[in-house]
Design a binder for this molecule. Structure first.
Ligand code: G6P
Length: 356
């Protein structure tokens, strides 16, 4: 087993580190820089897709929430459902394209929801890491994320590759053409992720934050699912109380929990309206004495309200959410590592849950 870990103490850190390579594989042959086009090997009639339902559990659900935003931004109505809550309610009337996002392709809740959708006549597609899985075999179409095997229970490289595959699918369904700067931004992801991996800041910030009462993550737009995922990652492997919120919702309840003992990890990328509003939310928690960790590309000047900064390179707003997540993976890893947790095999959790 030690040999398979390639010198890393934990599979999770190995898998985090493998992301640039895994992302290159996901993009290979699917993004044509010269033609400025995305091409996917799917026998799906693009014109027939007029709305989408995404179904998933756990981290894959957060990737699906992110994906729905990408589809909607390209004019395709898309809704995300927890697979265990899908039931038959969403199937009345016309049938959408139903996309099951599942790393393993074996999650019972997701398979159950996909089967219900098929029984109701919907066309199904799975975004999965596992060729030959039940989801890949049973769905009408499969888009493989090509992350390679993931052993650590907490999803890392498969999540980044799901985000990338969803991005490719959204561009493809939107017609395949993307503006040249967007294509260049997609192709730059592996290198930008590498630059985050080369930065030691998350380890240093983790050492400062360990022993906090609770950890709250906030983000808006594409960074909202990342706030949810960052909190899930931290709670899974550290057993600490962590919650993710839409930045705008803080004032509607969660801010009652904020004290000097509750770090707020805020994703603030770009300098658009959303970023400016999130900076406003950061000011509110800072005024209440909460330590703030800003995950930022520096464009919105949030640093002045933050005790700690985790940097991400500048890119398109949607891609910034993938980069920010890598800093959150590292933060969760180092907090759990400082606490001596069994990172690859957290108590009570399984890599793939085959019961409903
Ligand atoms: C389990 C794992 C999670 C994962 C979820 C969905 O709960 O511990 O990390 O996100 O299943 O798995 P899937 O294989 O469907 O993506």
């Amino acid at each position: 087993e030690d040999a398979e870990k390639g010198g890393y103490e934990q599979y999770m850190l190995k898998e985090i580190t493998e992301q640039p390579r895994a992302l290159r594989k996901c993009l290979r042959g699917r993004v044509d820089e010269e033609a400025e086009q995305v091409s996917l090997d799917l026998e799906l009639e693009r014109e027939s897709v007029d709305r989408i339902h995404l179904l998933a559990c756990g981290s894959s659900y957060h990737a699906a929430l992110y994906g729905a935003q990408l589809f909607r931004a390209r004019g395709i109505p898309a809704q995300t459902f927890l697979a265990s809550e899908y039931g038959d309610r969403a199937l009345a009337g016309d049938t959408p394209l139903v996309i099951g996002v599942t790393q393993s392709g074996e999650t019972a809740d997701t398979l159950g929801a996909l089967r219900a959708a098929q029984a109701a006549g919907a066309e199904t597609l799975t975004i999965t890491n596992t060729v030959g899985s039940s989801a890949a075999r049973e769905c009408d179409h499969a888009l493989f994320v090509r992350a390679g095997p993931e052993i650590g229970v907490a999803a890392t490289k498969t999540f980044a590759n799901q985000q990338t595959a969803l991005h490719l699918l959204a561009l493809w369904l939107g017609g395949g053409d993307a503006d040249p700067s967007h294509i260049a931004a997609l192709r730059a992801i592996p290198e930008q992720v590498q630059s985050i991996l080369d930065d030691d800041s998350a380890r240093e910030v983790a050492a400062e934050l360990v022993d906090s009462a609770a950890y709250f993550f906030i983000g808006r737009g594409p960074q909202h699912p990342i706030a949810l995922e960052g909190a899930l990652k931290l709670k899974e492997i550290s057993y600490e109380h962590a919650e993710g919120f839409a930045a705008g919702e803080l004032k509607h309840g969660p801010i009652a929990l904020v004290t000097t003992e509750t770090p707020i990890i805020a994703m603030v990328t770009g300098d658009d309206e959303r970023a400016r509003k999130t900076v406003g939310n950061v000011k509110e928690v800072q005024a209440r004495g909460a330590p703030v960790v800003a995950v930022t590309d520096g464009k919105a000047n949030v640093e002045q309200y933050a005790q700690h900064v985790l940097s991400v390179p500048e890119t398109e707003p949607e891609i910034a959410a993938l980069l920010a997540n890598v800093q959150l993976q590292l933060l969760a890893y180092w907090i759990a590592r400082d606490m001596g947790r069994p990172i690859d095999k957290p108590r009570n959790l399984a890599k793939s849950v085959t019961v409903e």
